[in-house]
Design a protein around this ligand. Structure first.
Ligand code: CA2
Length: 146
């Protein structure tokens, strides 16, 4: 089973700046740890990060017929992107939205998500552990509905 991990804009900077908000782990660290956890569950994790909205849309389309589920931290596009919302709806692959920070404890513009309404669930505020929790939630949903 393949699961796709998508990370949006600026998440390539993880571990380099703003450790107070986003922690000290790099994106490569997070991806490697999650791939290890996925492998223990017999899941192949495919990882993709982009700073470009259209590249994320294209990658979502490529998941059709390949990925059983998607984990997505769309970064700031969470709060702006109808295109990513439509792509996720278009491929009809179950997805979990996740964030490192608790977006509800931050600026008001981060409180709304264009992706949350159609997500299996949303995890936020646990730092890099948000990724593990999101994977657990997604796999439990996929196995329940297999
Ligand atoms: O908490 C999250 O995971 C966010 O998706 C992160 C986004 C933010 O726009 C969302 O509201 C919440 C920002 C990612 C920026 O990542 C950086 C990492 C290191 C240094 C600077 C930015």
């Amino acid at each position: 089973m393949h699961v796709l991990l998508l990370n949006g804009p600026n998440l390539n900077l993880l571990g380099q700046r703003e450790p107070g908000i986003y922690g000290q782990s790099s994106l490569a660290d997070i991806e490697a740890e999650l791939a290890r956890e996925a492998k223990q569950e017999s899941v192949q994790l495919d990882c993709f990060q982009s700073n470009f909205e259209g590249a994320l849309v294209d990658r979502i389309h490529q998941a059709m017929g390949v990925s059983a589920g998607i984990l997505i931290n769309a970064g700031a596009y969470t709060h702006t992107s109808i295109a990513i919302r439509d792509a996720l709806a278009g491929v009809a692959i179950p997805y979990v939205e996740l964030h490192l920070s608790n977006t509800h404890a931050r600026e008001e513009f981060r409180h709304h998500s264009f992706l949350a309404e159609r997500a299996v669930g949303v995890i936020c505020g646990f730092g890099p552990a948000s990724y593990s929790l999101a994977l657990k939630g997604l796999l439990s949903h996929l196995r329940r509905n297999a």
